[in-house]
Design a protein. Structure first.
Length: 463
């Protein structure tokens, strides 16, 4: 009986005892810590594998998207994975390609074996990777607006401009840019000659001679990048008011030599070089007119004109649908406008002395100032001509057309070549930003054109 009570007491004490409980709990906590730590190790190993896979894939698709790559995109991607020892992880390569772009997408997947998570029933972890790269060579429309005014005859400016402009053309027009980049050359002095074919596209122009082909825009036309062909225009008078001692028309206000005409949307490097090499300094400076025509040949309103030029063999058929719409994200539009001075006054003959066929013919055959000096008392000279635009008028119209261009998304680069502070301010204001304006002296003009050409190449290529 006593032994029975003793046994019952021992059992009761054992049931109530708490000795050793901490050991069980500590063991449980340790096991959980090992499991959680192991989970972290497995996840970290898997993430390292995924990162390695993703980095390899990113490099591979970037190289495969290169349009100059000679191997197929699939071969390029596979080569990258094989050299990284990941060849068996590549699952798929897809390619979308056009004339000016290539898009490469690849997927890959690796499997890592768990060292701790298998205790929870997870034996493997997946490490997926996907990447896409695109290289797109954008189409580019460039207007090169070049000052050929009389001051370009000083300080070796014209030869330096010619060399720099030719180098620019050689940089932007290469075999790789064939049918992608068009270059419009706009020589300007006091006026701009677009050429007979462009002139004839104006149905309501008052044509009075065939000696040259300048169109008289009025001030309101400079507020728009477009050209309103239905508007009634006057043809620029053909006369030379730069006095010549032998009564010659050496520098008529409207440039009349073929090399002084606009060369529209060209990729003919040889023809461009030949034209640039023929440029000669002539008369006053109307930057606003050069900029108007440079902008016009980037505006879709000129597409009908370009179609006519294509039909007549003046523009390559590949450019028949240019200028592109402003909404075309595949096309960049740029103006590079260069001057060595500032806007100067524009002179015109009063209507009374230019209102008949005989008047027109007279001034075509006689130097304006020579004839006045030899046939009219100096007091009466003032009644023969007037100032159509002042320097300030030119600055105002230039600002308007520059703003119109920039508002349409056209990038404007400015080069002030040995200009004074006023000329620099006017051209910098025209440019898309201060960093788009270059003020240069002497041989630095080549550096300016070279820098712009390089930036155009960078902008053209997106990856």
């Amino acid at each position: 009986m006593k032994s029975a009570r003793s046994l019952s007491k021992i059992v009761t004490q054992f049931a109530k005892g708490e000795d050793g409980n901490a050991t069980y709990f500590a063991s449980f906590i340790i096991m959980m810590m090992v499991l959680v730590g192991g989970l972290g190790v497995d996840l970290m190993r898997n993430e390292l594998e995924r990162t390695k896979l993703q980095n390899t894939l990113d490099r591979a698709v970037l190289a495969a998207a290169d349009l100059d790559q000679t191997l197929t995109p699939a071969e390029v991607v596979a080569d990258y994975f094989d050299k990284a020892g990941l060849g068996d992880t590549l699952s798929n390569v897809t390619v979308s390609q056009g004339d000016n772009y290539r898009t490469v997408t690849a997927t890959a997947s690796a499997t890592t074996t768990t060292q701790f998570m298998h205790l929870t029933g997870v034996d493997t972890l997946n490490a997926p990777a996907i990447g896409t790269a695109e290289e797109r060579k954008r189409k580019v429309e460039i207007s090169l607006v070049l000052d050929i005014s009389g001051s370009m005859g000083r300080n070796n400016r014209m030869p330096r401009l010619q060399a720099a402009a030719i180098e620019f053309a050689q940089t932007v027009l290469t075999p790789e840019t064939a049918d992608m980049v068009s270059l419009t050359i706009v020589p300007y002095s006091e006026h701009v000659n677009p050429g007979e074919l462009v002139f004839q596209h104006f149905p309501n122009i008052n044509q009075v001679h065939t000696a040259s082909w300048c169109v008289e825009f009025e001030e309101e036309h400079y507020a728009s990048a477009a050209v309103d062909f239905d508007h009634p225009y006057d043809q620029m008078q053909h006369f030379d008011y730069a006095y010549h001692p032998y009564n010659q028309l050496e520098r008529p206000v409207c440039p009349s030599e073929s090399y002084e005409e606009i060369r529209p949307l060209s990729q003919d490097l040889a023809a461009i070089e030949a034209q640039l090499n023929q440029l000669q300094p002539r008369w006053n400076t109307s930057i606003f007119m050069g900029m108007k025509w440079g902008t016009a040949f980037l505006d879709p309103s000129m597409r009908g004109v370009v179609g006519t030029l294509v039909d007549n063999g003046r523009v390559d058929p590949e450019f028949a649908n240019r200028p592109a719409d402003y909404t075309d994200s595949d096309t960049l539009k740029m103006v590079v406008v260069m001057t060595d001075g500032k806007n100067t006054q524009n002179i015109r003959i009063y209507d009374w002395a230019y209102d008949s066929a005989s008047d027109v013919e007279h001034w075509i055959n006689n130097n304006f100032m020579y004839w006045l000096r030899n046939n009219v008392y100096s007091y009466y000279h003032q009644y023969f001509y007037y100032m159509k635009y002042s320097d300030a008028d030119g600055d105002r119209m230039l600002a308007q057309v520059c703003d119109a261009a920039k508002n349409k998304g056209i990038i404007v680069w400015g080069i002030g070549y040995e200009v004074n502070d006023h000329g620099a301010d006017v051209l910098e204001n025209c440019s898309s930003s201060p960093s788009h304006f270059y003020r240069v002296e002497g041989v630095e003009i080549s550096d300016a054109f070279g820098a712009i050409a390089g930036k155009i190449a960078d902008l053209r290529l997106t990856q």
